[in-house]
Ligand binder design. Structure first.
Ligand code: NI
Ligand code: MN
Length: 225
């Protein structure tokens, strides 16, 4: 299983031969100018919530790829109004078996309106089960006790927001790592805006001290999970 980081919370996981793109936000991200959005041809696009920094390139990438969008029911109906019907609506606590593996939609503590003001439903995270591995994508969220529900899922990797201000910051992400019982963390949702800039050296040191394996891949880099 491979993951490529595209900045903010945009990642692409290759699982069982399928490409799963999460929260596409590239063209409006100053830090991701070197990424060619037209080259993205995912099989699936997973959307955690409706905020612009998670959906800005959603319609474009869906139209160029024909990808199936996996998202909460309200975002599914919003996409339907834009003529996108290859959509799989879910809701919190529900799981579904796709051809690459299972997706479970889990709680996130945040807000969710779409860029045009439409109701984005509740914000969500995802747990992906594929190739015998379990991966948690937290989306935008505060630290929440609900994360303890994942402690027995044998998570191999977790994508956690680190930027503070709009989501949890590094100290709470370290607590979250304990709640979910996962030592392998990839940071997301930092540096894209002034209020979520982090000191990477300081954050890396905190995770190391906590006995955690934190990866902060450069935008465009691919890691083996
Ligand atoms: Ni958000
Ligand atoms: Mn966000």
């Amino acid at each position: 299983m491979k993951v490529t980081y595209y900045g903010q919370s945009t990642i692409q996981i290759e699982a069982d031969g399928k490409k799963l793109l999460f929260d596409p936000f590239i063209t409006h991200n100053e830090l991701a100018k070197h990424i060619d959005v037209t080259s993205l041809k995912p099989d699936y696009i997973l959307v955690s919530h409706g905020h612009g920094d998670h959906v800005a390139d959603l319609v474009t990438v869906q139209k160029q790829s024909g990808a199936k969008v996996i998202c909460i029911a309200e975002i599914a109906s919003w996409l339907g109004k834009q003529g996108i019907d290859n959509v799989h609506g879910m809701n919190i606590g529900g799981g579904f078996n796709f051809d690459f593996g299972r997706v479970k939609m889990v709680n996130a503590i945040h807000s969710s309106a779409l860029p045009d003001g439409s109701n984005g439903g509740n914000p969500a995270g995802f747990v992906i089960y594929s190739e015998g591995k379990a991966i948690y994508f937290a989306g935008d969220t505060a630290l929440t006790y609900d994360m303890k529900l994942l402690e027995d899922e044998n998570l191999n990797w977790a994508f956690l927001p680190l930027g503070d201000n709009y989501t949890m910051g590094a100290d709470d992400a370290i607590k979250a790592s304990a709640f979910i019982n996962c030592k392998n963390i990839i940071g997301i949702h930092y540096d894209s805006f002034p209020v979520i800039k982090i000191d990477k050296g300081e954050v890396a040191e905190k995770f190391l001290t906590a006995g955690l394996n934190l990866k902060l891949p450069a935008i465009g880099d691919t890691l083996e999970l």
